[in-house]
Ligand binder design. Sequence first.
Ligand SMILES: Nc1ncnc2c1ncn2[C@@H]1O[C@H](COP(=O)(O)OP(=O)(O)OP(=O)(O)O)[C@@H](O)[C@H]1O
Ligand SMILES: [Mg+2]
Length: 632
Amino acid sequence: MGRIRVLSDNVANKIAAGEVVERPASVVKELLENSLDAGSQSIRVEIENGGRRLIRIADDGCGMLRDDALLAFERHATSKLHDVKDLLSIATLGFRGEALPSIASVSRLLLETRAPEEQTGTRIEIAGGKILSCEEIARGGGTAISVRDLFFNVPARKKFLRSEQTELSHIASLVTHYSLAHPDKTFELWNGGANLLHATPVETMRERVFQVFGSQLLEDLIDLGLRERVLHIEEPDEPPRRFAIRGFVSRPQVQKNNRNSIFIFVNGRLIRDRLLLHALSAAYHNLMPAACFPFALLFLECDCEEVDVNVHPSKTEVRFRHQSWVHDFVRDAIREQLMQSRPAPSFSPNPQPAAQMPYSDFSQMMENQNAAAPTPEFAPEFVPEFAMAPPPAPAARFDFGDGGIPVNQPAPPPALKLRVPDTHGGFPLESIPIDHSMARIGELRPLGQLHNSFIIAAGTDGLWIIDQHVAHERILFEQVLAQQASGHVEVQQLLMPMILQLTADQQIEYARIADELHASGFDTEPFGNRTIAVKAAPAPVGLGDLERVILEILEIAENELRSVSLSDLRRGIAASIACRAAIKINTPLDHRKMEWMLRALAATEYPMACPHGRPVALQYGTRELLRAFHRI
Ligand SMILES: Nc1ncnc2c1ncn2[C@@H]1O[C@H](COP(=O)(O)OP(=O)(O)OP(=O)(O)O)[C@@H](O)[C@H]1O
Ligand SMILES: [Mg+2]
């Protein structure tokens, strides 16, 4: 009795069917998933000409029986699903019985397979969907499928294929990421005889990341470990559901300008999911500028009843039964881990791919802010790694003259790089620990202030430069959050209520978030048509800033946070208050105030970035200093 059956129309019609073969990478995805479903331990992918001439996948999985091998090319023939109720708990990657017939209809396909139950194997040749031959062959167990001349019979589709390099990079990314999802299996990728990936079985995902990406990327990443949470469903006879997430996310300093470095797997399936993408962004909220994205490799596991995979024709989207619960679980898991590792940006001598902005862009940025006039401390020569970048533009200077430092600096920070963990072999100051977190910020000794804007401090691990406004912003932000959470917000009563005129949109937002404003210390009430009276405000906000803060909060509520959670709204409010209330640059600070600032900063949960994601401090490590002075 074969394993594959043709689904009844009733079941087939309930499957989100559609185009599966869009490009070579989609063929690779389907074939890879079939090999994984077949329980393979080793998968070898060979490509020629970006997959257009040849895609060949060979595995050591369960193989196919002779009759099944023929049946596999019928539409809706699958071994993975039998009746409608199976659709509610799909545990395999495939379930539609569509991939092989679709691929076979647009290529010349050769299948060679043998199941352990049979003495001989089967070889089937198909071109453009027509079976050309089916014969017995001698071969070992497992399956090999070669797909040649993709779209040879659909010239219109062939025209739309991108360059060989583009198709190849899609395929390479796919195989690489599936290999990350299965560290215990062997994955090989060959392109025209050249080996692009050879990952042998390893124990942990961390080792696999090292195998495929190398140590450099690993240093930029935070390992989420295994994080679990149980969902208790308040319905009779519903057992608790266990969710688990593992994977890696980049430190907030690694900022990409698109989502191409985000890979999300749900129950072993690579998907694009807006809910989970949003959860990821929410985890970085206030740690990274809004238009930037991290690198992420997430593996979410849950009971298959909790996730519907039958929602998209190419199986690239899913729908969770308890959407917002899953969202918050993922966001919290990532955020907690981000909070635990609090690395400081530093000047590092090795440029890394993670660097956000090359020096040339940085200098351009400064130039655009009408900056001129050198200050020796900040001249590029001071920072060795800048020397590795393109030569600095001579006009890239700061102007600390009459106008002081431009106040409204754009969000992107200068070319910061992650600190490279360092060993100190043979180095005279070997005993000096270079701390890779900001834990030691509390031990910093302020040396003075630069241009009334930056605190210069000495630490056991080198020289630190702290942006006083951004540092204070972080301190206030966390204070406000803590007060919101405890329900004890420090407020100041206004002697005279302040009357604020709102636009119609602002009025709508106001009505929606009035309670939240109140919980954050703004005592307001409607006062006639489109007008509100403010009677009290959070203590840190100066009266001169009050109107701007409230309007800014209404704007945040309107723009970004409409659909998101209460906690995100609170964070938005706290960020606005902190930003307006923080001491400005171009403000002199005496020694006592600087000491207070550093101590308060050290006590924050996340001293490395302001709520908008700008860096708080830069560190010039002892080792870099010694190197710059040619002492090592
Ligand atoms: N590499 C393989 N090893 C063993 N059996 C395979 C392999 N590839 C395909 N099969 C068999 O062929 C059947 C049809 O494969 P096909 O990919 O068309 O459908 P599916 O995987 O069941 O569903 P989907 O269309 O969602 O991928 C599978 O159900 C499986 O039984
Ligand atoms: Mg399949």
